[in-house]
Design a protein around this ligand. Structure first.
Ligand code: ITT
Length: 195
């Protein structure tokens, strides 16, 4: 089955491909089809924003579209940056990481608990949606570590595999929020007889 990835984030695209292509899905990118899409994320939850992105790209292309809205929820910051994770500093991923470190500069390790959340939405040309969510628990490190992954990964210490900046792709996928959400998606697509 072909799924059009409704994302402009190359890190997400890489993860969709490496987790879904071995299962027989063909993941197309917006650039493969020379499409441009940057719908406004006006929702008030990860799930609402995922539906906005998938629905927009499905309507634009006429193809089944896969989107996720994801981010980092930090307990000491009352859940911030949450759905605003991409726009936290107004700058690059590195700027976001620096802002997060600054906000947490006086917070000791035991209070640096956080979770990555990923809401996935598949939008189908018949107007229906298949939606799942995954969570990954961890803590925020005191400084960036490693070169693996993308976004906030150099700051995220997963409870299960340690720093996502050092984890191999396989280690991250086995425990990550996106891995969990995609595995549930595949199970749901089987139940719905779509694959
Ligand atoms: P699209 O909306 O085009 O998919 P985006 O990067 O704007 O791309 P989001 O609005 O969902 O996506 O924002 C997600 C933010 O959370 C963004 O800053 C990511 O870098 C970060 N993020 C999400 N998943 C992550 C992961 O697995 N590792 C590190 N950072 C992640």
């Amino acid at each position: 089955m072909q799924l059009l990835a409704a994302t402009n984030n190359k890190g997400k695209l890489r993860e969709y491909k490496r987790m879904l292509e071995p299962l027989g899905f063909e993941i197309l990118s917006l650039s493969d089809l020379s499409l441009q899409a940057d719908p406004e994320e006006t929702g008030s939850s990860f799930a609402e924003n995922a539906r906005i992105k998938a629905g927009y790209v499905c309507a634009l292309s006429g193809l089944p579209a896969l989107a996720d809205d994801s981010g980092l929820c930090v307990d000491a910051l009352d859940g911030a940056p949450g759905i605003y994770s991409a726009r936290y500093s107004g700058g690059s991923d590195e700027d976001n990481n620096q802002k997060l470190l600054q906000e947490l500069k006086d917070v000791p390790m035991e209070k640096r608990t956080a979770r990555f959340v990923c809401a996935i939405c598949c939008a189908w040309p018949d107007g229906s949606f298949t939606e799942t969510e995954g969570v990954c628990e961890g803590k925020i490190d005191f400084a960036p570590v490693g070169e693996e992954g993308f976004g906030y990964d150099p700051l995220f210490l997963s409870d299960e595999v340690g720093s996502f900046g050092l984890a191999s792709p396989e280690e991250k996928d086995a425990v990550s929020h996106r891995g969990a959400a995609l595995r549930e998606l595949v199970a749901r697509l089987k139940e719905e007889n779509r694959v």
